[in-house]
Every structure is written in C-alpha cells, then in structure tokens.
Design a protein around this ligand. Structure first.
Ligand code: GLN
Length: 285
C-alpha cells in the first residue's frame, strides 16, 4: 500500500479520539522509529509503499493507539531534556513540567564554580530522567538515584548507560529509610502526589497505563513523601544544600508551610508553564 494513502487512513481512524495534529504527529513518530523514514522522505518519494508485513506492524500500533495506550510506551521511548529515554509500564512517562524542574536546578548551579563537584540524590527516580539529565549537564557531579521498584531501576540503569553517564542506583523504600548515610548538596524528588480525589481529573491514558505506584497517595496523607524526605534532608543535606520537589499543583501553600515548619529558611514556590504551582526549592541558609 502507498504510504501516503495509509497516512490518510491512519489519521482518519484516530481523529475521533485524538485531534488531527496529534494523530499526524503519531504517524511521523512511528514512521521514523519503525521505518527510519522522515517526513521529508515521504515528500521526496510520494510513491513509497508499505509491504504487507509493515502494514501488519502499523495496524497493530494503530489498534493500541485507539485504546489510548500512550505512544511513548508503544515505541518504548521518549525524549526528556534533549536526551532519549527508554520507557515502559514500570515507569512514568517523563513530563515537560519535570524538565522545568531540571532547568531550575541547573540554573541554580551555573553561577557557582565549585558546584560542578556537587553530590546529588534523586529520590523515586523512575526512568532516571532527572538524575540522568543532571549527570549529563553537570559532568563533575556525583549522582545517586533511588527507587522502590526494581523494574524501574532496571530501566533507569539502561537509560544511564545509553546516555553515557554514571549514576549509582539504589533499591530502597524511602518511607522506610532512617538515614541516607551520606551528605548531599542537592536532594530532589518527584514523588507520587496525586490524591485519589483527583483521579477524575486524570486522563484515561494515564490512569489505565502508567504505574499507580508512581502516581497516587492517600487523600488523608498526600504529603507523606515530602514529610519523610524533608526529615531526612534535615540530617543528610549539607548546610548550603538545596532540596527540590515537584509538587501537586493544589498543594503549593501546604508545601511551603510544611518546609517552613521543618526549619528551612529559604523556601521558593514556582509555577510550571501551564501556570500551576509545581515545584519548590528549599535550603537551610
Ligand atoms: N504530573 C504527573 C501527572 O499528573 C504526576 C507525577 C507524580 O505523581 N509524581 O500525571
């Protein structure tokens, strides 16, 4: 079948669920990943055709897209902060808001010359996107990352190797950790923070495909991870160190109160590109 004809059919079949622009972008992502062809190749060779076998592969992906399985899981990869990451059902798909958190951390490090030697810990690393992009951009930093999920850590290790960075991965449940045993310049976490009461707002493709372990917390203890990590930071963050969190957009004020109550002197709250309270930075100095 002619690829251009298939494209029309592919987009038509997806447009009841996705808008046409999104359906078209899926088409080109798959074209590049599965056929190693770019948009320009199709423009230059309008008579390119798919074999029967190739159509079979495309139709299988099309069927899963109709079931709203995220394209990133179907292709097994995504990009984050300009780097490629493998993703699968054991890890959250990295979000653009989290790229903004990485940007904030890097921006805070740039003015300090000695900062390049910093020791960093990422708690609940998932795909490793935060730890790995920091390691890539702060080549003299020593980066540690921990997660409770062994499957997530296996993926994060592949991602570190593919991106040619050195990150020490630790299998650990942060809620059961008494002491982090080292002092860090930077501690970061994007822990689970979606309350069950917010489930209705979560899109079907997220709810049915992404790991609930990485997403949800109990309605009556939504800040459980933040409390625990801030407590550990009191012991394991260097005096000039910084604690960064990605947070639930509805709990900005509660987060600032929590950090101030726990003796952090400078507490900053930032919004994401969508205008939602999304991240905090705190330090004891
Ligand atoms: N931002 C993610 C979402 O809305 C949640 C990430 C998290 O719980 N850490 O799906």
């Amino acid at each position: 079948m002619n690829i251009k004809e298939y494209r029309t059919q592919f987009i038509q079949e997806l447009t009841p669920i996705y808008d046409a622009g999104e359906a078209e972008s899926f088409f080109y992502l798959i074209l590049e990943e599965k056929q190693q062809l770019k948009r320009i190749d199709l423009a230059l060779h309008p008579d390119l055709v798919f074999s029967e076998e190739e159509i079979g592969v495309w139709n299988a992906i099309l069927k899963q897209l109709k079931h709203e399985i995220p394209i990133q899981y179907l292709l097994g990869k995504t990009s984050f902060y300009g780097l490629d990451f493998e993703v699968n059902a054991a890890v959250l798909i990295p979000r653009p808001e989290t790229e903004e958190l990485v940007e904030w951390i890097l921006e805070s490090q740039k003015p300090k010359v000695e900062s390049q030697k910093v020791k960093i810990l990422d708690i609940g690393t998932g795909s490793g996107c935060i730890a790995i992009s920091l390691a890539k951009n702060l080549p003299d930093a020593t980066v540690f990352a921990l997660d409770v999920s062994e499957d997530a850590l296996a993926t994060a290790k592949i991602n570190a190797a593919n991106n040619l960075v050195n990150v020490t991965f630790i299998h650990q449940n942060i809620l059961e950790t008494v002491d982090l045993l080292q002092q860090f310049d930077i501690i970061i976490s994007n822990p689970p923070y979606v309350r069950n009461l917010e489930k209705e707002e979560i899109k079907k493709n997220v709810l049915e495909n992404e790991p609930h372990l990485a997403l949800f917390v109990a309605d009556n203890d939504a800040l459980v991870f933040y409390k625990k990590i801030a407590q550990l930071a009191q012991k394991n963050l260097l005096p000039n160190g910084q604690l960064y969190f990605e947070i639930n957009q509805y709990l900005g004020k509660e987060m600032v109160d929590l950090l101030e109550k726990m003796n952090f002197k400078t507490v900053e709250l930032r919004k994401d590109i969508y205008g939602n309270d999304r991240m905090t930075k705190a330090s004891f100095s």
